[in-house]
Ligand binder design. Structure first.
Ligand code: ME8
Length: 504
């Protein structure tokens, strides 16, 4: 196992994946690719949450047994990852046999340590959240997160996890680790809710057959959230809670949507405390991807098909738009107009145009060969300083998952380079042979900016580099150093092709 461990939430599979599911995975994948790019190693865990009541109902509607249905649906989620270039290391399914073993071992251990007791549960339940709801939170009998879903009354004898015993320990941990819950707004929500006091939670269902059998009582199954949260332990490759080591635990960042912060910031850490295992270093609750101002969700049917979008605009473009348009951590609206405008402004006009102008000038003025720098003026010194400052800011933003800031910084550098072309007017210098050495410096600087910007865009647009290197003649050139100015291009020939991002 490598050193930077990232997890995402595992998806319910009672419907095909929508763009909101892709959004979360893209944000996580950007971080993983960034870690790899900067010389680190990273492990990304994604997967599917299969023991839900809605999965069972969807399978029954299709006349399939739940496992067959899950096999089919998990295939769609895997396909989503492959289309969107999500470089996961394991795709975990909660029906995987090693996961079942981990869940049962955890329940056994908590049982032995006195963290599980039997009690009566009587209250409301939302089948879409798979959550027990307090009556005062309901809106006219409907779940606040699923306004089309009436909460159902549940009255059964269940096994309970003694969550309330961890109140003080959780408060202390959250207070002394400001980075534990991010962004700040999510942390505040959790802190406020925690003040109301914790109650023990039911972790088994007697009325639900589709699930992992509860080891102490096989007439119960393990509550789906208790089962699902443990995917992180299984997915870490622990095999068993006893096999946890510093090599594979804890996660560096757990990326989830803001609707499931309570489960991840309270219940999950309490489970780990009961197991005496280290807590994740950070839990990051991103915002919602909205469509027409409302959360994209299977339950409301307000969804966009990510595969169709990728087919129409290309995976890299959709990834870029999602990460550039919506600050990671906040809600944002998806619009096709927004996607097209961002594409035209950033990729076609700014980035694509810079590449196209630079390759055209190298063809015309240097016979297709990237020149070595010659005479330099203050303008060249300045543009190099701008690139180096951008790289510094980029690293700072990426480390904090401030993707919009990172991309904006890169696009500003591209803008500066386009302006530099206007200001230095290489076409005038070409007419004067005494200026050829300076002209070489200008074109060299432009190639450097394109190369460095391309590296910085790579986590967002994984296929970009190959296409750009092909045009710059850099394919297979090991020495195209990553984030440092000053690459030596010996005998590198431009291979100008049709525009990378034709205007839409
Ligand atoms: O909650 N915008 O599964 P899920 C952004 N199985 N993110 C969105 C979104 C949207 N419109 N819609 C969904 C579950 N998500 C559980 C998780 S983890 C141990 C168990 C995000 O399919 C959502 O916030 O409802 C969550 O992080 C993930 O997609 C899966 O949601």
């Amino acid at each position: 196992m490598s050193n930077f461990f990232i997890t995402t939430a595992i998806d319910y599979i009672n419907g095909r994946p929508h763009l909101g599911h892709a959004y979360e995975k893209i944000g996580a994948d950007v971080l993983k690719r960034y870690k790899l790019l900067t010389g680190g190693s990273s492990y990304l865990l994604v997967g599917t949450d299969e023991h839900s009541i809605n999965v069972l109902k969807s399978a029954q509607e299709k006349g399939l047994d739940p496992k067959t249905y899950c096999d089919q649906m998990a295939g769609h989620f895997r396909h989503l990852c492959s289309v969107f270039n999500i470089s996961y290391d394991r795709f975990i399914r909660t029906t995987d046999s090693d996961h079942k073993k981990v869940v049962q071992q955890v329940v056994q251990r908590l049982w032995e340590h006195g963290y599980i007791r039997k009690d009566l549960y009587a209250g409301f339940y939302c089948e879409s959240c798979e959550a027990f709801l307090q009556e005062e939170l309901l809106l006219d009998g409907y779940c606040p997160n699923h306004p089309t879903k009436k909460a159902v009354w549940v009255n059964e004898e269940n096994y309970f996890f003694t969550l309330s015993r961890f109140q003080k320990q959780l408060e202390d941990h959250i207070q002394s680790n400001p980075e534990f819950i991010q962004p700040e707004s999510r942390r505040n929500e959790i802190v406020n809710r925690l003040q109301a006091g914790l109650r023990d939670i039911s972790i088994s269902r007697s009325s639900m057959q589709w699930g992992i059998p509860f080891p102490q009582d096989e007439s119960h199954t393990v509550y789906v959230w208790f089962d699902a949260l443990l995917n992180y332990l299984t997915g870490a490759g622990c095999g068993s809670p006893n096999a946890v080591s510093q090599e594979n635990w804890p996660p560096d960042v757990q990326i989830i949507g803001k609707d499931i912060t309570w489960f991840h910031c309270i219940i999950w850490p309490a489970m780990l405390m009961a197991l005496n295992l280290p807590l994740p270093k950070k839990i990051f609750g991103h915002g919602f991807l909205n469509l027409h101002g409302e959360k994209m969700s299977k339950t409301s049917g307000n969804i966009l098909d990510p595969l169709q979008l990728a087919e129409e605009y290309g995976t890299d473009v959709v990834r870029y738009y999602l990460m550039k348009a919506i600050p990671w951590g906040q809600d944002g609206n998806f619009t096709l107009e927004g996607l097209i405008t961002t594409y035209n402004n950033d990729l076609a006009n700014d980035y694509g145009n810079l590449l196209s102008r630079t390759t055209a000038m190298i063809n015309k003025y240097f016979n297709g060969q990237i020149p070595a720098p010659g005479v330099q003026t203050a303008a060249e010194v300045n543009i190099r300083a701008a690139a180096e400052e951008t790289i510094e800011n980029y690293h700072r933003f990426m480390a904090e998952m401030r993707y919009v800031n990172a991309l904006t910084a890169v696009m500003q550098l591209i803008g500066t380079a386009n302006l530099y072309i206007e200001e230095t007017a290489p076409w005038q210098l070409f007419k004067d042979s005494s200026q050829h050495s300076r002209l070489a410096s200008i074109l060299y600087c432009l190639v450097e900016i394109i190369r460095l910007a391309t590296w910085m865009l790579t986590p967002f647009m994984p296929s970009l580099k190959e296409r750009v290197w092909s045009q710059l003649g850099l394919a297979g050139q090991e020495k195209v150093k990553c984030f440092t100015w000053g690459c030596e291009y010996d005998n590198v020939r431009i291979n100008r092709q049709s525009p990378l991002f034709p205007r839409l």
